[in-house]
Design a protein around this ligand. Structure first.
Ligand SMILES: *Cc1c(COP(=O)(O)O)cnc(C)c1O
Length: 226
């Protein structure tokens, strides 16, 4: 059971974020059917996630395989139409579990992982669409393919049989996000990729004019993480 007040809060948050997406899309003449809201449920209390499920939302993002598995294996019994994106770094020893659990991997970021994912998908006979994470800010501590290596990496993924549908980025915290969104959009165009996962609670409205097809929003939907 979800407390009534909690249900109302989450429902209102969903409405606010959806309206903001609509407004940002309208301003640039985009249709919202190509803009998907990934509700980032990592580290959120179960009650809040259930409240959003009850509000009808079905697309979720998690950044850790273990945490996602514990939560969603169970919740999926009640909500079998949930779609789950992996939005955090993936270790190769978790690839098997990740392929079994997720519907889309947003964080393909190195050849070894691409190879392991392709092999595991074949094995499970479950071909997941994937995005390549791009380290647009060239940050040492951040994962992602550096832009200069993207073309070769995409070629490698294709040869391995991975279905790369788009690009994803997390801009540096101390730089204007829009510069990175514009850069990612350009990289996607150059490489003939349709999907762009960019924008979080603080900046998803800026990502929409620059072509985001997936925005990843946690705090604005659920509140602060524990
Ligand atoms: C946590 C996280 C988000 C959501 O962040 P908020 O600021 O809470 O919206 C989005 N993308 C990634 C990759 C994350 O790890």
């Amino acid at each position: 059971m979800v407390e009534k007040h909690m249900q109302q809060t989450i429902q209102k948050n969903l409405q606010l974020v959806s309206t903001a997406i609509l407004k940002a899309a309208k301003a640039v003449g985009r249709k919202t059917e190509n803009i998907h809201l990934v509700a980032v449920s990592k580290k959120q209390p179960r009650e809040r996630v259930i409240a959003l499920l009850q509000a009808g939302h079905r697309l979720y993002g998690e950044n850790r395989v273990q945490e996602a598995s514990e939560r969603w294996t169970e919740l999926r019994q009640d909500y079998p139409d949930v779609c789950l994106h992996l939005i955090g770094p993936l270790q190769t020893n978790k690839v098997k579990e990740a392929v079994a659990l997720f519907d889309l991997i947003e964080t393909v970021d190195r050849p070894k992982l691409a190879k392991a994912l392709a092999a595991e998908m074949q094995k499970q006979n479950k071909i997941l669409p994937c995005f390549v994470q791009v380290n647009t800010g060239l940050e040492e501590q951040k994962s992602g393919i550096v832009p200069a290596d993207l073309k070769d990496f995409l070629k490698f993924c294709e040869e391995e049989g991975l279905q790369i549908k788009g690009l994803m980025c997390i801009p540096p915290q101390d730089e204007p996000a829009a510069i990175h969104f514009a850069f990612l959009q350009k990289l996607a165009q150059e490489n003939g990729l349709k999907e762009l996962s960019m924008g979080m609670s603080s900046d998803f409205e800026k990502a929409i004019p620059l072509g985001a097809t997936y925005v990843r929003v946690g705090t604005k939907l659920f509140g602060e993480r524990s």
